[in-house]
Design a protein around this ligand. Structure first.
Ligand code: F6P
Length: 321
């Protein structure tokens, strides 16, 4: 039996661990594994290599992805997908394992509609893929942000400043919320609540002023990328409080780095399960983690259903701040 694997969309730490697990589990089950480069672009243009045991050596601790990745808009065109399906057919591939976020899962589902067996493995630092409690890379990104927050707190406290910290998450506030809780932020703005709204700005200014009144001369506020511009918030908070404000946009540093132990194990477990399912003849699903167990969900659900920020957790973050 032949299997294929690719990584697609924004990279996330742990993608390499997932590729390694697909290859080694596949080889252990006597399959051949083709690796396609640069996600759906390589699949459409037939750029691939045969992956052996050695080709995935010494990558479990590396961020990025040895298969490279792409956000490939042309895959939205049916003709491009048909080329991809034909390439897999020519190699007699039984199932393609797609490691990526919800956009990549949508691509996998569209291939499935063309008769190609596909299985998804969720990997995104945003933790915004429906059907899994955690996506590969989220834990590492979260730890990166929490580490940055500690560093920012040092300088914020030394200079008695307000820091507005923008973290990734266009539609999902998981990084903002979890890092806010773990990093002891004083306020978190999620994509659901525009950071530049009057309500949020007056709330943030009030938090800053209240803290000064009780002798706390620095404040850390986290803005999820999708909630609004940290620069704009910074200017507004300065105007309202007349305090010293600095803005820090953490950006792509959140996507890099060696994966955490949790992400390595998650990637290894989910990717191995994907191989087992492929061998059992299943497809059209994404593997995920649900309540501590490996689960499956139809691919179509992974991008049509939305992951909402847990309101209870958001409330708790606010109580604890
Ligand atoms: O999907 C992950 C993510 O890191 C988002 O949080 C962010 O908005 C986006 O990717 C950035 O994408 P790009 O690297 O293509 O600019």
């Amino acid at each position: 039996m032949n299997l294929a694997v690719l990584t697609s969309g924004g990279d996330s730490p742990g993608m390499n661990a997932a590729v390694r697990a697909v290859v080694r589990k596949g080889l252990a089950e006597k399959t051949r594994v083709f690796g396609f480069y640069e996600g759906y672009r390589g699949l459409s243009e037939n750029q691939y290599g045969v992956l052996d045991h050695e080709s995935v050596s010494e990558i479990i601790d590396r961020g990025g992805t040895i298969l490279r990745t792409a956000r490939y808009q042309r895959f939205l065109e049916r003709g491009t997908r048909e080329k991809a399906a034909a390439n897999l057919k020519a190699l007699d591939v039984t199932a393609l394992i797609v490691i990526g976020g919800n956009g990549s899962m949508a691509g996998a589902e569209k291939l499935q509609e063309l008769g190609v067996g596909t299985i998804g493995v969720p990997a995104s630092i945003d933790n915004d893929v429906y059907g899994t409690d955690f996506s590969i890379g989220f834990d590492t990104a979260l730890n990166t942000v929490v580490d940055m927050l500690s560093k920012l707190r040092d300088t914020a406290s030394a200079h008695e400043r307000i820091f507005i910290v923008e973290v990734m998450g266009r539609k999902c506030g998981a990084i903002a919320l979890y890092s806010g809780m773990a990093g002891g932020a004083d306020h978190v703005c999620l994509p659901e609540t525009p950071a530049t709204s009057e309500l949020q700005l007056s709330q943030m200014s009030e938090i800053v002023n209240r803290r000064y009144r009780v002798g706390k001369t620095h404040t850390i506020i986290i803005i999820a990328e999708g909630s609004g511009s940290a620069e704009e918030v910074g200017r507004a908070i300065h105007e309202r409080t007349k305090r010293d404000v600095r803005v820090s946009v953490l950006g792509h540093v959140q996507r890099g780095g060696s994966p955490s132990a949790f992400d390595r194990i998650l990637a290894s477990t989910l990717a191995s399960r994907a191989v087992e399912l492929a061998i059992a003849g299943e497809s059209g699903v994404m593997v995920g983690l649900g309540g501590g167990r490996v689960t499956t969900v139809p691919l179509v659900d992974t991008y049509t259903k939305t992951v909402r920020t847990d309101p209870e957790l958001a409330k708790l973050a606010s109580v604890l701040s």
